[in-house]
Design a binder for this molecule. Structure first.
Ligand SMILES: C[S@@+](CC[C@H](N)C(=O)[O-])C[C@H]1O[C@@H](n2cnc3c(N)ncnc32)[C@H](O)[C@@H]1O
Length: 323
């Protein structure tokens, strides 16, 4: 099966409506995945720089790039580096940026990538196939660190109990093993629809791949590369990610006052709004959720770049919680 057949793009129509691509424009798809958004953008007649940090996603996208006759350039990089990567390719400004945060169905469905608690595989979870693996983390981190990651990034209310069980069961090398340890530690609760391992897997994945930091840096990078009038569309799947996007856009559209560190040298007036909200956040409707259950928790936010200078680095003031 091809990558595109495995992954159904989420909120595609709403994303395209938000990006409003005009033929001849240049857009960034920061999360190429199976190329669902990129294909739609190419179909609308725009040039696309499509980023993905997963070498498999890039390799599987090469045929689309070859067919595109120069309209698509695949960039095997993190989207946090979009400003530098575009500059290296002679591009300073673009008309649209899309981020579809998180993992693709290909990553989840392929047991050998180690993202899934439903299919047994090596405990990996690295999007880039490099750096610390999930096995390294659960086998080497101390109990407190594991508990904090599970609490902060997975909303696991019984993070200490799970961390204790993980440490007691080390070494752990398979996703199936980790899932069983979590299920045993938390017990089977009939009213819980979700597998109790979901939260632990989500937390470890977000931690290992530094996904929240990537999102913050990606938003700030998009602010730099979008031309005045350029559109930003961000789809996220967890409240913790959506909170980052919401706060970024609220702050940069002037809806909430910026912290003083954002504008230490810009005088009392502070920076001018660099984005304006375009529409209310969009959630998937019943039909889409029935067709694609992954869309259930998706939220799309769209904003338009103003002509004001970029504010620069984004450091949310109050995003973490202590476990
Ligand atoms: C949800 S999927 C995107 C699906 C895509 N919109 C589609 O329609 O096929 C997310 C993809 O983004 C990639 N990704 C996640 N974080 C990234 C980052 N910081 N930089 C670049 N790619 C990233 C993942 O490897 C994955 O392939």
């Amino acid at each position: 099966m091809t990558a595109a057949a495995l992954h159904i793009p989420v909120l595609l129509d709403a994303v395209m409506a938000g990006l409003a691509p005009v033929p001849g424009e240049t857009h960034v798809d920061g999360t190429f995945g199976a190329g669902g958004y990129t294909r739609a953008l190419l179909g609308a007649g725009v040039h696309v720089f499509a980023f993905d940090r997963d070498p498999d996603a890039i390799a599987e996208g090469r045929p689309i790039e070859a067919e595109s006759q120069g309209a698509l350039i695949l960039v095997p990089e993190r989207f946090s580096r979009m400003r530098e990567a575009l500059a290296e390719r002679g591009v300073e400004q673009v008309d649209g940026v899309t981020l579809d945060i998180g993992v693709s169905s290909m990553q989840i469905d392929r047991a050998e990538r180690g993202f899934s608690f439903q299919a047994d595989g090596p405990l990996d979870m690295r999007m880039e196939r490099a750096g610390m693996s999930a096995a390294d983390f659960v086998n080497m981190a101390d109990e407190d660190e594991i508990a904090n990651v599970l609490y902060q990034l997975g909303d696991e209310p019984r993070s200490r109990r799970v961390a204790r069980a993980i440490v007691a069961a080390r070494p752990i090398t398979r996703t199936g093993e980790l899932a069983d340890i979590v299920r045993k530690a938390l017990g089977h609760r009939p009213h819980e629809k979700k597998d109790p391992a979901t939260r632990t897997f989500q937390a470890i994945r977000i931690h290992l791949n530094a996904e929240l930091e990537e999102l913050e840096q990606g938003l700030a990078a998009a602010e730099h590369v979008l031309r005045p009038g350029g559109r930003l569309a961000v789809v996220s799947f967890h409240s913790i990610e959506d909170r980052i996007v919401k706060r970024f856009l609220r702050e940069r559209s002037g809806a909430t006052p910026a912290g003083s560190r954002h504008a230490p040298d810009r005088g009392d007036a502070g920076p001018k709004p660099s984005f304006e909200a375009v529409a209310k956040p969009v959630r998937a409707g019943e039909q889409e959720v029935a067709r694609n259950p992954r869309s259930r928790s998706a939220t799309l936010r769209v904003a338009r770049r103003t002509g004001a200078s970029p504010w620069g680095t984004y450091q949310p003031q109050d995003q973490g919680r202590q476990g």
